[in-house]
Design a protein around this ligand. Structure first.
Ligand SMILES: [Fe+2]
Ligand SMILES: [Fe+2]
Length: 228
């Protein structure tokens, strides 16, 4: 087995669960992914306060989202588009936070182009679930399935996706089947996730001016779980 280019681990195991069945890959080359059994979960510091979350954006928001915007620009644009559409605060907050998991893995900025699914929606939901309300956590967890769902639901949606989104769609399982779509519609916040998905698809505008991160603090404070 060759050296893992992602985790620089030349022994055996890459510390990331990359497949939806819970097993993982060791990345060898762009055209060659070898699979091995692995059960460890990514170890990332869980944010305990809203400040921790905002600091994650301050520290890692410069990372490339792809399509000529950074992760922070993407988050702010999604929130701004939701705001411009007159969405309620919970939708704006969910739009801002939906890709939090992208900031918390170390698989590299071009992970999808290298044929690897970082499962950022699962990672983000795990990290935020004790801090934010269910709507926000679920919208993040479901925003990738929402893309797969819309490909099943709406003629023309797939064609409207960016090239990068089409590449990641394949890694994420492709369009839903009828059975998958039915199950998705039984999720408590699936409609919210679909709404977030629309803004997710829009938030890729190079050099768009948006409100800054700190301007969303009061809005986000309204959705932080209060621990007695
Ligand atoms: Fe995402
Ligand atoms: Fe996104």
């Amino acid at each position: 087995m060759g050296r893992c280019d992602i985790c620089a681990n030349s022994s055996v195991k890459c510390p990331y669960p990359l497949r939806r069945d819970g097993s993982c890959y060791t990345y060898v080359s762009p055209s060659s992914l070898t699979r091995h059994n692995f059960s460890a979960i990514i170890a990332t510091v869980k944010p305990e306060t809203l400040n921790d979350v905002l600091n994650t954006y301050r520290s890692y928001g410069h990372r490339a989202y792809g399509e000529s915007v950074t992760e922070l620009q993407h988050a702010l644009q999604c929130a701004a588009f939701a705001q411009q559409a007159g969405e309620p605060p919970v939708v704006i907050a969910a739009a801002l936070l939906h890709d939090y998991g992208h900031l918390c893995h170390n698989l590299g900025e071009d992970v999808a182009e290298r044929g690897v699914d970082a499962r950022h929606e699962i990672l983000g939901a795990k990290l935020l679930k004790d801090l934010f309300c269910d709507e926000i956590v679920d919208a993040g967890r479901l925003h990738v399935p929402a893309k797969r769902y819309l490909c099943w639901k709406e003629a023309g949606y797939f064609d409207s996706l960016s090239d990068a989104s089409k590449i990641s769609l394949e890694l994420q399982g492709g369009p839903m089947t009828d059975a998958e779509a039915k199950k998705f519609e039984s999720e408590p916040h699936f409609e919210l996730a679909v709404r977030i998905r629309r803004y997710d698809d829009m938030g890729k505008v190079p050099d768009m001016q948006t409100p800054d991160l700190d301007s969303y603090r009061p809005l986000l404070e309204g959705f932080v779980r209060r621990v007695a």
